[in-house]
Design a protein around this ligand. Structure first.
Ligand code: DI6
Ligand code: FE
Length: 402
């Protein structure tokens, strides 16, 4: 529903504003919207007179949350990795498959071989699956092209998905994801190529909102990543990093040093990394879909992150290898069941903290005055149901002020 001036009434608002009740809950609440922005939030009986007489929308006592945000996806890619799934079930590990030229590189081949139209057509159903559960901001990474042409193709498709559905898409350039076959054994030369040719061209076309990397012993070292971050910083682009997913490699501390928006995965994160993240305000993005798919047993250090006051977000990591997940609600459930996050933390992780992980905290992620009116209306009695249910989509409708 679109509107210029409206009052939403007869609803429970999980505002996700911190400091008050759990979930920032307002029972019997009302919200006034004008020109797509929230300009009043509170208990319905306190609605100021100036809003009386505006167009009203009765939400039938339902729960309203901020529209959801998936802040880490690789949803633009060609092909499928179902065969690799079968191999893993026969005992091969993710690292073995990756070292023998499968894994990310098989998706690189499929992505290079797909036309822009094919890539768009293959990615749209994944994008739509997220939207069907109340998502209105999606981060999408490149990183399955690893050459100039295909990285640009992926990012164009990402932007096009956003345009097609009128959804906010934030793109991240992930050239430092894997070493492509033409640079086999020449990681340094590949990093030079990324820094000197690909990233500047991507930036020139305004195709990247941030720069990401994969800092891991099967990918790039902290030193190699720091060269990419130097370049990103010189172009004025914020950075984020896949860090400490498979081993403790110092990626989170490196990301923090560059004031990264987020460090993501983090199963093997240590105290030094946590302290560095707390200091730099870097969001911890945990990815239970990858933890689940890889049958990881090392849990991300959530208690220490909480203690240090690091904001914690969760995301699908939607990708063909380690997290073929296109449900942010299921991701919330996994975060609770696998990581022992609370349902409130899970909802925070896909709203307020996810906005912060994308650098758009001032715009979206909570229901408060001055933010964009982008709401999800749910057929549930209480907010914990969103994380509690498995394989159920209780979304009633979206209310969007734009
Ligand atoms: N970490 C991940 O979980 C994905 N990329 C990354 O850097 C996996 C990508 C893939 O297996 O295709
Ligand atoms: Fe990822």
């Amino acid at each position: 529903m679109n509107m210029t001036c409206t009052v939403l009434k007869n609803a429970k608002f999980a505002t996700m504003v911190s400091g008050g009740l759990s979930y920032g809950l307002i029972e019997n609440g009302a919200v006034a919207i004008s020109d797509g922005m929230i300009n009043w939030v509170g208990p319905e009986k306190e609605l100021p007179l100036e809003f009386a007489g505006l167009q009203e929308k009765d939400l039938g006592g339902r729960l309203v949350t901020p529209a959801l945000i998936d802040c880490h996806t690789h949803l633009v890619y060609g092909g499928s990795r179902a065969t690799e799934f079968e191999l893993r079930l026969k005992g091969a590990s993710y690292e073995e498959i990756s070292r023998s030229g499968g894994g990310i590189l098989s998706t690189v081949t499929a992505t290079r071989n797909a036309s822009e139209e094919e890539l768009f057509a293959q990615s749209l159903p994944r994008f739509d699956a997220l939207l069907a559960e109340g998502v209105r901001t999606v981060e999408i990474k490149s990183g399955y092209g690893l050459d100039l042409e295909t990285e640009i193709k992926m990012l164009r498709v990402a932007r096009q998905l956003g345009k097609e559905r009128n959804i906010r898409v934030k793109t991240s350039f992930l050239g430092a994801h894997a070493i492509p076959p033409e640079f086999a054994g020449k990681a340094e030369a590949y990093i030079d190529f990324v820094c000197e040719e690909v990233l500047p061209a991507v930036h020139e076309e305004k195709l990247a909102d941030a720069v990401d990397g994969f800092c891991e012993n099967i990918a790039f070292s902290p030193k190699q990543i720091s060269m990419v971050f130097e370049k990103a910083t010189s172009l004025g682009l914020p950075v984020k990093l896949h860090a400490e997913q498979l081993s403790n490699y110092g990626g989170a501390a490196l990301a923090a040093k560059y004031g990264a928006l987020s460090a993501d995965h983090l199963e093997y994160l240590d105290e030094a990394g946590i302290l560095a993240m707390a200091k730099s305000g870097t969001v911890a993005v945990v990815l239970p879909g990858a933890f689940y798919t890889l049958r990881e047993t090392q849990l991300p250090p959530l208690n220490s992150l909480r203690k240090a006051g690091v904001p914690i977000s969760i995301a699908t990591d939607c990708n063909p290898g380690s997290s073929p997940l296109t449900s942010l609600l299921l991701c919330m459930n996994m975060a609770c069941t696998l990581f022992r996050m609370t349902p409130e933390e899970a909802l925070c992780g896909v709203t307020r903290e996810a906005a912060q992980a994308l650098g758009i905290g001032p715009e979206v992620g909570t229901i408060e005055v001055g933010k964009k009116a982008e709401f999800a209306v749910w057929n549930v009695e209480q907010p914990a149901e969103l994380a509690y249910r498995i394989g159920c989509n209780p979304l009633e409708e979206m209310v969007l002020g734009h």
